[in-house]
Design a protein around this ligand. Structure first.
Ligand SMILES: [Zn+2]
Length: 152
């Protein structure tokens, strides 16, 4: 009895190894390909419709792994912001600068740096557009974001 129990495998890994790791690199790579062409694309969950930006392999709302690409509008308005005086090392030369939460035209809210404007001119509710082109494309994932916002 005792010996038989010891021989029983306690766990089985067979069939459980369906990780999302095959899909993730594809999605992120494709995401940056779109971005290099000036398109911002998110992953829209086919089950619940939630849009993920940047795309992710698993929906954090319904845990579905089925996604389709959807284009994200690059215009929005400023919901809230803060002025950064003490910046992380890579942004020190830019401080002080503004980081805000921008609500895009499709309702998605994303954080981003706001540039091309004097600090005192930044106002809540102001229209902003995303600038993808001037961001260096040499960084590797997961160094997101690679965009900033500027006044329209
Ligand atoms: Zn979902």
């Amino acid at each position: 009895m005792w010996a038989a129990q010891v021989l029983q495998p306690q766990f089985t890994f067979i069939g459980e190894d369906k990780t999302t790791s095959e899909q993730a690199p594809f999605i992120i790579e494709q995401f940056y390909k779109y971005m290099s062409r000036g398109k911002l694309m998110g992953g829209k969950c086919k089950r619940c419709g939630k849009v993920h930006l940047p795309p992710r392999p698993l929906c954090d709302s319904c845990f579905s792994k089925e996604f389709e690409w959807t284009e994200i509008p690059q215009k929005g308005k400023l919901l809230t912001y803060t002025v950064i005086h003490v910046a992380p090392t890579q942004f020190q030369s830019m401080a002080p600068y503004v980081v805000g939460i921008v609500q895009l035209e499709n309702g998605l809210k994303i954080p981003g740096m706001i540039r091309s404007i004097a600090l005192e001119q930044v106002k809540i509710g102001m229209p902003l557009s995303m600038d993808l082109e001037t961001c260096p494309a040499s960084q590797q994932w997961p160094q997101w974001p690679r965009y900033f916002f500027k006044p329209t």
